[in-house]
Design a protein around this ligand. Structure first.
Ligand code: LLP
Length: 414
């Protein structure tokens, strides 16, 4: 990876270890920017929830991307990394007063308002600070994307945002328009994650433009920004067939352009927020195999030195991954294996029924496409340490996040 031999990386940095390929991330950023390029007036904002740290901020900033943050912690990271706040969007269905204050003081480009509670809260925060804040309204177009149930966010039954069809979103905009501290900038929606088709994005875009035309006619307010969220799928297993950024975004952007024309509407600034597809395939996790338990005619388990504390996605979503033995990549896969983590919990699995060469203790397992939502969802469950991240590029391997120590996890104990 990145011109480095993973077995050498393991000798130097140990396992478990997240490894990220910088060039892959940069190339994907470039592909997204060029896909939106023809639209003219747009922005790709990296969704930091997929993986955020100061170095990640620097990488995406240097590629010209904006940033979507969803918590005070993500915002603080971006601020410390010196991210241009005029390219930051702040999301979340229950931002606290402190988080909103932090965002307003930092002059983030827009806060994506998610509830009537937040309209009042943000209005009050701005009043006290004597500042005006630009906002987008998180709207639910009711489009169902075909993906795992738990990661769909834009169905009618959703904790996020204002539903369009029942008039709630319009009511929210009318309320914002009356405030002298909030500046209505436009609409936001996010229809789900790990989506492999363009159609749901096109449907959502159309719905949002129809809605924009309606609020212009009824309330006299202009939608100058349309943020269509992220959710572009990646290949975890062979059956996953992701499209390219050009296929996803190029097509949707063209449709937005054409549809605005037919509606005689000015083209809004168009924003997309990919997270997983920028960083997911850029990452792998490296492990060392320890205990092996072969239950004849039942199942063969191999246990690795990681687990659900550093990759909870199989336990949470039954996520599937491709795996291999990093030290024996050229050998034929003849055994069906289940990969167990080291956490004290039966459900702590990383992959089930995957094919590998006959595994021996001491082999190095690699799980592919773990760059997104692994480190960012890691925990210290069982007081296990969260692995470090090594960034590889042009034959060089360096820490992007240093190893955690036992002192780190005991630091706040009273
Ligand atoms: N924008 C908004 C408002 C979002 O809620 C999300 C993801 C994104 C952008 C980025 O979506 P992406 O391009 O990464 O699919 N933990 C789950 C994924 C949750 C996604 C939540 N929102 C997983 O591990 O699959």
């Amino acid at each position: 990876m990145g011109g480095c031999d993973t077995t050498e990386i393991i000798k130097k940095f140990g396992t478990p270890l997240y490894v990220l390929d910088e060039n892959y991330i940069r190339n994907t950023c470039k592909e997204y920017i060029s896909a939106l390029g023809e639209y003219g007036n747009g922005l790709i904002a990296y969704a930091g929830k997929a993986l955020l740290c100061k170095k990640m901020c620097k990488i995406v900033a240097s590629e010209g991307l904006g940033l979507d943050v969803v918590s005070g912690g993500e915002l603080a990271t971006a601020l410390q990394a010196g991210f241009d706040t005029s390219k930051i969007y702040f999301h979340g269905n229950n931002k606290s007063r402190q988080e909103l204050e932090m965002a307003v003081k930092a002059n983030v480009h827009a806060i994506v308002i998610d509830s009537f509670f937040e309209i009042d809260l943000l209005n009050d925060v701005c009043k006290k600070l004597g500042k005006k804040q630009a906002v987008l309204v998180r709207s639910n177009p009711g489009v169902e994307a075909h993906t795992h149930h738990y990661i769909q966010t834009a169905k009618v039954d959703s904790k996020f945002g204002f539903f369009v069809d029942d008039g709630t979103a319009e009511k929210a905009i009318a309320t914002i328009a009356k405030s002298s501290f909030l500046n209505f900038l436009g609409l936001h929606c996010h229809i789900g994650s790990q989506i492999f088709e363009v159609t749901p994005f096109e449907l959502a875009a159309k719905k949002m433009i129809d809605f924009a035309a309606k609020v212009k006619a009824k309330l006299g307010v202009t939608v100058s920004e349309l943020n269509l969220g992220g959710g572009f799928g990646i290949e975890y297993i062979d059956e996953d067939r992701p499209l390219t950024p050009k296929e996803y975004i190029g097509l949707v952007a063209k449709q937005v352009k054409d549809y605005c024309k037919t509606k005689d509407m000015p083209q809004p600034k168009l924003i997309f927020e990919p997270g997983r597809s920028i960083v997911g395939p850029a990452g792998v996790t490296l492990y060392t195999v320890g205990a092996i338990k072969d239950i004849p005619n039942v199942r063969k388990y191999i246990s690795v030195d990681g687990g659900m504390h550093e990759n909870p996605r199989h336990a949470l979503y039954q996520a599937q991954y491709k795996v291999a033995l990093a030290n024996r990549l050229d050998e034929t896969c003849t055994e069906k294996i289940t990969i167990a983590g080291k956490c004290c919990e039966s459900g702590d699995m990383l992959a089930r029924d995957v094919m590998l060469p006959p595994v021996k203790s001491g082999d190095n397992l690699v799980i592919f496409s773990t760059g997104a939502y692994n480190y960012s969802m890691a925990s210290n469950y069982n007081r296990n340490l969260i692995p470090p991240i090594v960034l590889v590029n042009k034959g060089k391997a360096e820490y992007m996040i240093r190893p955690q120590t036992y002192d780190d996890i005991m630091n706040r104990d009273v």
